[in-house]
Design a protein around this ligand. Sequence first.
Ligand SMILES: [Zn+2]
Length: 204
Amino acid sequence: MTANAFPEELLACRERLLHEGLDPCRAGSISTREEDSDVWWFLAMHGDQVLNGRVLVEHRGSDSVHARSVVEDGRSHQAFYSAFPAIQAVAHFHSAAAVAWSQSGRDLPCFGTTQCHEFHGLIPCARQERGLGQGASMVEAILRREWDPARHPGLLACGDGPWVWGSGVEDLVRRAKTLEFSARAALDTLTLNPNATPISPHDS
Ligand SMILES: [Zn+2]
């Protein structure tokens, strides 16, 4: 990626997330940070909030953000980048099964190897903490557990939807698909056996 040039892979990532049905209401957002830089690029999933088919905003340039939800999402993306230097890309989306877990306020248990291999255990549901924004609350949910965000690359924002991150845009679609698959499978698992027990990362 050339410094300060729009990262074209974000557009492709958005198309893949939409094509996979992972944000059917187009209410999410994705971002990537330039290597060795504090500049990051943000793309809303809403078609009508994308200027000339791309846009975006640098974290210091919030004047160009023209929707409240985008501003709030942008703050959360910034919170991840500020707290975790190794994170280079972030996605927030609203896929049906993962949103159900977010809305229930429940951590997503790790019932199987698919979730275990990508997320190394349960995916926490982070409540917004008093005095903190959503982004800071999600960061706190990781820090409180003393987790390495590279090993635990996703969580659920309570009452909202899932977030995933990685060392590059190429991680986002795979992790978003895996999270949604795991959320759906967990619902089915509990339907078939309400007493199902989670596995440990060491079991897989
Ligand atoms: Zn959301």
